[in-house]
Design a protein around this ligand. Structure first.
Ligand SMILES: Nc1nc2c(ncn2[C@@H]2O[C@H](COP(=O)(O)OP(=O)(O)O)[C@@H](O)[C@H]2O)c(=O)[nH]1
Ligand SMILES: [Mg+2]
Ligand SMILES: [Zn+2]
Length: 314
C-alpha cells in the first residue's frame, strides 16, 4: 500500500491532524514507537512534523514514520521527570513581535529570544508593532532599537497591525514559509495574523485581559495555513522555549556580533566577564559593542540557574 506524505498541523495527544496533498485535512494516530535521540518526550510527534501515513479508508489513518526534522524546539517539563515536550518542528523562521509601549518589551527579553533562536538555527525578523501610538520619545527609542538590531544583522520591520500598515512586507517574508510567532502577550500577534489573512480570524485580546491568559494555557502549538501559502505556528501558553543544547561557556557565541570580537581575547576560554585583554570588553569600551547587549549577556551568564536561558520564561 502506498504511504501518503503530510504535515502535522495539530496535535492533541493521541490524535493528530495532518494536512496532505491539495490542502486536504485528515485525522491520524500513531503506529509504533518514535524516539528522539536520548530525550524522553511527552509527545512523539509535533506540529510541523512531516510524516508518512498509512491510509485506511473508514478507519484510523496511521502515522508510520516521521521524516527527518530540519529543526525542532522543545520545552523541558516543569516537574523533575526530565521529560521534554516538542513544541514544533521544521520551522523556517521566527517573527518576534515587539512593542516599545503598551506593553513595552525589554532588550533583555529580545536578546534572550534571539539567543535561543540562534541556538536552534532559526532566523529571526523583529517586527515592531503599534507604531501608530508612539510618542516622540518612544519613536526615538524605536529608531535606536532598529539601528541596534539591524547593525547586528537582524531584519527589522515596523508595522501598525491595527491600521494594516507595513503588513505587505510581513506577508512577503511569510509566504510559503513555516513561521513561529512570538512576543509578549498584548503586542498584537493575533491582530497581525488577522491583518495578514482575515480568513483566520484569530481572537484578539485587550492588553488588560492578558493576565487571564495563564488560565487556559494549552501546551499544544497550533499551525495555521495561510491562504497565500505558508503556515504560522502560534504557541499559546508557551512561556518560552528551552533545553537549548549549549553550555554556559558558549553563550557569547549566540550573541552573534560577539563572535568576531572573541578572536581578540587573550585567553581562548575567555568568558568576557573578568578576564584581562578581552576583545568583547574592548569593543564595549570603544563603543562598537552595544551596552545593552553586553549587559544582557552578563545577566544571562550570571544567572546561576542556567534554566534562565535553557528554559526561558517570558
Ligand atoms: N494601537 C494599536 N493597537 C494594536 C495594534 N495591534 C494590536 N493592537 C491592540 O493590542 C491589543 C492586543 O492585541 P492582540 O492581537 O490580542 O495581542 P496578542 O496577545 O499578541 O495576540 C488589542 O487590543 C489590539 O487591538 C496596533 O498596531 N496599534
Ligand atoms: Mg493572541
Ligand atoms: Zn573575552
Amino acid at each position: 500500500m502506498d504511504l501518503i506524505e503530510g504535515v502535522v498541523i495539530c496535535s492533541t495527544g493521541s490524535w493528530y491532524t495532518v494536512r496532505i496533498a491539495k490542502g486536504k485535512i485528515v485525522k491520524a494516530r500513531i503506529k509504533g514507537k518514535f524516539r528522539l535521540h536520548g530525550i524522553k518526550t511527552t509527545n512523539p510527534v509535533s506540529v510541523g512534523d512531516r510524516v508518512l501515513l498509512e491510509p485506511k479508508p473508514n478507519e484510523e489513518n496511521m502515522i508510520t514514520e516521521i521524516l527527518p526534522r530540519k529543526n525542532y524546539i522543545i520545552r523541558k517539563s516543569v516537574n523533575l521527570s526530565k521529560q521534554a515536550h516538542i513544541i514544533a518542528s521544521n520551522i523556517d523562521q521566527a517573527l518576534l513581535i515587539v512593542t516599545i509601549a503598551s506593553p513595552s518589551t525589554s532588550t533583555g527579553f529580545i536578546d534572550r529570544f534571539l539567543v535561543t533562536a540562534e541556538a536552534y538555527h532559526i532566523p529571526v525578523t523583529i517586527v515592531f508593532n503599534k507604531i501608530d501610538i508612539y510618542t516622540q520619545k518612544e519613536k526615538d527609542k524605536l529608531e535606536e532599537l532598529i539601528s541596534l538590531y539591524k547593525t547586528i544583522g537582524y531584519d527589522c520591520l515596523t508595522i501598525s497591525a491595527i491600521n494594516n500598515e507595513g503588513i505587505d512586507a510581513v506577508k512577503n517574508i511569510m509566504q510559503d514559509k513555516v513561521t513561529l510567532l512570538s512576543g509578549h502577550s498584548g503586542v498584537g500577534k493575533s491582530t497581525m495574523v488577522n491583518a495578514i489573512d482575515n480568513s483566520l480570524d484569530l481572537k484578539t485580546a485587550n492588553v488588560s485581559d492578558s493576565h487571564h491568559k495563564g488560565k487556559h494555557t494549552t501546551t499544544f502549538a497550533e499551525m495555521f495555513e495561510l491562504d497565500m501559502g505558508g503556515f504560522i505556528i502560534d504557541t499559546p501558553g508557551i512561556k518560552g522555549f528551552g533545553l537549548v543544547d549549549f553550555e554556559k561557556e558558549d553563550l557569547a557565541h549566540y550573541f552573534i556580533e560577539m563572535r568576531p570580537l572573541m578572536v581578540d581575547c587573550k585567553f581562548n576560554n575567555c568568558q568576557h566577564i573578568k578576564e584581562p585583554k578581552c576583545g568583547v570588553k574592548g569593543a564595549l569600551e570603544n563603543g562598537t559593542l552595544a551596552e545593552s547587549r553586553y549587559q544582557n549577556y552578563v545577566s544571562m551568564w550570571n544567572d546561576d540557574q542556567q534554566e534562565s536561558y535553557r528554559n526561558l520564561s517570558y
